[in-house]
Design a protein around this ligand. Structure first.
Ligand code: ZN
Length: 221
């Protein structure tokens, strides 16, 4: 949550003011932090805290949609965020309603602009948050958006709606959220996970973790 507040206060994102029409697009990364904090509370069984965090995320996304962002595609992206906060806290009916609103607004985006919209920070951030919740089964952009540019956004919403419940079920069963995916290497014989024996590694934030189970992994000399 601290990272979300720092971003929202303008201390990161290169000093951008996230509550202006120019900076609002970058608030996706603050929403990403709020969403991951919500998921962590959910995993540790602190449902009231998860609800509170989801509520904060929904308020921010709704404010951006109603008062900050004027572009239709980005307003749809805000609805997508509302749906995500509802979905990870297992409010499935309200999640469905938000995803339907997102899909309707995405439907009004010009076909030629649909793929480009997925590269906007607001949407990149939700894709990144979702990818972390999906770990260790990382998905690719194509899995989420398909190969037909004119259907990319409706595919995206369908993907999110159908996958989030399964991602959450796996994380709740495992009892933890995997580390973000940094740069990875498969079958590096110089590293061996002390816990599960894997040689697949994840270089992230100055550490080397097992790609499979997140245990810090040392070089075998
Ligand atoms: Zn391991």
């Amino acid at each position: 949550m601290r990272s979300a507040y720092a971003r929202l206060s303008g201390e990161s994102e290169r000093g951008r003011d996230l509550f202006t029409s120019e900076g609002g697009n970058w608030s996706g990364y603050a929403l990403e932090s709020v969403l991951l904090a919500t998921v962590c509370s959910q995993i540790t069984g602190n449902e009231s805290r998860a609800r509170g965090r989801a509520g904060q995320g929904i308020l921010i996304a709704s404010d951006l949609r109603d008062s900050v962002l004027s572009q239709l595609g980005l307003q749809a992206g805000c609805e997508e965020w509302v749906g995500l906060f509802r979905a990870v806290t297992q409010k499935s009916e309200r999640a469905s309603a938000a995803f339907e609103r997102a899909e309707t607004r995405y439907g009004s985006v010009e076909s030629s602009e649909k793929v480009e919209l997925t590269t906007e920070p607001l949407l990149q951030a939700s894709e990144r948050a979702l990818r972390q919740i999906s770990r260790p089964d990382d998905f690719q952009w194509d899995d989420m958006h398909g190969s037909a540019p004119s259907n990319a956004l409706s595919r995206r919403i369908q993907f999110i709606r159908s996958r989030v419940p399964a991602f959450m079920k796996s994380r709740l069963n495992a009892g933890h959220l995997h580390a973000p995916r940094g740069s990875t290497e498969y079958g590096n014989e110089k590293f061996r996970c002390p816990d599960c024996g894997s040689h697949d590694i994840n270089y992230v934030a100055d550490t080397v973790l097992c790609l499979r189970c997140d245990t810090p992994t040392n070089r075998i000399d």
